[in-house]
Design a protein around this ligand. Sequence first.
Ligand code: HEC
Length: 127
Amino acid sequence: MKKLFPLLMMVALSITATSCYYDELPAVPLPENVSYQKNIQPLFNKNCIGCHKPGATAPDLTSANSYLSLVTVVNGEAVVIPSDAKNSILYEVMTGNGALVMPANGALSASKQALVEKWINDGALNN
Ligand code: HEC
């Protein structure tokens, strides 16, 4: 019986993990190719640039500067690591997995987070 317990725990954990995964699937299907200009920048325009504008809070997320602000390495760190959403500060703050949650008044919907995740994991292109 003692040996069965870890096994049961693993089964229970994997069922929980799978059901969470499905809960978080975006309601809106993701586009096959996420476009930075069409899909990502509008999110910043709507939710971020009130604070993240030139000379105010870094990173500058206004359309003329956002891409460079995200991918440029400053002090050994970039806000976006192409193809690695999980370790990108941008994705961390937008999902509330880091110390900060952005936007500060509440995380964006799962489908918007998924867009950003896919854009980063597809190589964070300026497309
Ligand atoms: C109400 C103002 C406000 C809004 C809106 C806002 N931010 Fe921020 N953001 C800040 C402030 C202030 C900081 C700096 C906080 C700090 O460094 O302690 C910050 C920091 C950040 C950082 C840097 C975190 C780091 O550790 O380097 C990122 C990335 C970020 N915000 C992304 C966003 C995104 C993306 C949005 C929109 C979805 C957004 N923010 C909306 C105020 C805001």
